[in-house]
Design a protein around this ligand. Structure first.
Ligand code: LLP
Length: 427
């Protein structure tokens, strides 16, 4: 990916050296490349152009206001799963009509607020939630558009914690129950339940589960049409993959080539909710080596970032390519694969300072020799990185920086001790 690459043995983000960013802003540091965010959005919009979809960036994947603002300027709508995310989208300049409000447990208070704010579409996940939405809309004297989240019972072949479209998952309702609910609600004056929402998992690194899912959705749409229930919206969720290794996910065009022909000519409003496929490859996490040590069986490299900054390895055993920021020309990596084979690499565990054995970024990873103060970059960290950060062990959260060509802008300052205790001091 062009936005992050090595030149003369030094990592660059666009035209800024990563080392200079670490020097200026400190570590741990999240660095996002504006070009990568814009290009992945534009490429996706082009790939699916035949469907004129609403591309609702999934705020949960990377919620910084400055990132949301620049995607908005590119034409993004937004997928929000809390009122906090709805408010972020509005603050980033989105009209409320361009926000879809999803989530399995929206409270009545959240529904009321979302109605007041005027969100464009509710993704409803149960009969009880639908009843709550009806009651709230009736009380407010409004008519809202809603999509029912259907659980298609399709295996997305991803981590069990990020699989969402199987019958045992908490999301949506099954096809038969959905059919009944659509039929029962066809006359409703306050909730126009004319959409189907699906999201089968994340990341989904093959196109087949989408083909299967769309097939089931179209069958449901046809059955409903035969009963006189018209569906005019299909939201296919997100889940498209990112480049954690070189070739683990197909390009966005491959998903589009499989999905577009199935939906073309169907006369449906199409919504997508991508997060990772836009943001993951647009961000890296920079860290500095603090110490090294060895046990009888392992060599450890202890860095100043932790599971509190990037929890994906601890939570899903997720793979993130990581590599020194200044490895020199001899150690410029040829790929992002774990099995890089170069003379002089040594297998190490890269771990953080948090008091948990799950606090690691990589295990038994072959890396060039590292010394204290060396900088490391953790790649593909732009999605589900900072947003999942915590203050566990009373660690202030990292700063975030946005790079555009040879300029870098702080888009979230590093937290301080005062931030950690502010809500406790107030009471
Ligand atoms: N729509 C819905 C309803 C979702 O639940 C999600 C993600 C998305 C869209 C966006 O999916 P994406 O395009 O970003 O794959 N924390 C995990 C991922 C959990 C995703 C949750 N839902 C991770 O670090 O991999």
């Amino acid at each position: 990916m062009a936005s992050f690459g090595y030149r003369n043995g030094e990592l660059y983000c666009e035209d800024m050296s990563a080392a200079s960013l670490a020097q200026r802003f400190g570590t741990p540091l999240y660095v996002y490349a504006r070009g990568a965010l814009e290009q992945s959005f534009d490429r996706m919009a082009a790939a699916f152009a035949a469907l004129s979809p609403k591309i609702c960036f999934s705020i949960k994947s990377c919620s910084n206001l400055h990132v949301l603002r620049l995607l908005r300027q590119r034409g993004a709508a937004f997928d929000a799963v809390s009122i906090g995310e709805v408010r972020r989208a509005i603050e980033a300049g989105a009209p409320a009509a361009d926000i879809v409000f999803a989530g399995v447990g929206k409270t009545r208070a959240e529904i009321d607020t979302a109605l007041q704010l005027g969100v464009g579409c509710f993704n409803v996940e149960s009969a009880e939630e639908l009843a709550a939405l009806r009651a709230a809309a009736a009380q407010a004297g409004l008519t809202v558009r809603a999509a029912l989240r259907v659980n298609p019972d399709v295996d997305a072949h991803t981590h069990p914690y990020t699989t969402t479209g199987k019958d045992e998952n908490k999301f949506g309702i099954n096809l038969a129950a959905a059919r009944d609910l659509f039929a029962a609600h066809r006359q409703d004056t306050h909730v126009r339940l004319t959409g189907i929402h699906l999201h089968i998992g994340s990341p989904v690194n093959t196109v087949e589960p989408y083909v299967e899912t769309v097939g089931r959705a179209l069958q449901l749409i046809d059955e409903l049409a035969a009963q006189g229930v018209a569906i005019d919206l299909l939201n296919l969720g997100g889940g498209w993959g990112a480049c954690y290794q070189d070739d683990d996910a197909p390009p966005i065009e491959a998903y589009a080539d499989a999905i577009v022909p199935l939906l073309a000519g169907r006369n449906l409003d199409v919504h997508f909710e991508p997060g990772r496929s836009i943001a993951a490859d647009a961000g890296v996490l920079l860290a500095r080596v603090v110490y090294r040590k060895a046990s009888r069986s392992r060599r450890f490299v202890i860095v100043d970032t932790a599971m509190t900054d990037l929890i994906r390895p601890a939570l899903y055993d997720a793979y993130h390519f990581l590599w020194p920021v200044s490895p020199g020309a001899a150690f410029t990596p040829a790929s992002r694969r774990a099995d890089l084979d170069m003379p002089g690499l040594e297998a190490v565990d890269v771990v953080g300072p948090v008091c948990e054995s799950s606090d690691f970024l990589a295990k038994q990873r072959c890396l060039p020799p590292l010394a204290p103060d060396d900088l490391l970059a953790v790649f593909s960290a732009g999605a589900y990185g900072f947003v999942m950060a915590s203050q566990y062990n009373s660690r202030p959260r990292a700063a975030e920086v946005l790079v555009h060509r040879d300029e870098a802008r702080l888009i979230r300052r590093r937290e301080t001790y005062d931030d950690l205790v502010a809500a406790e001091r107030e009471v």
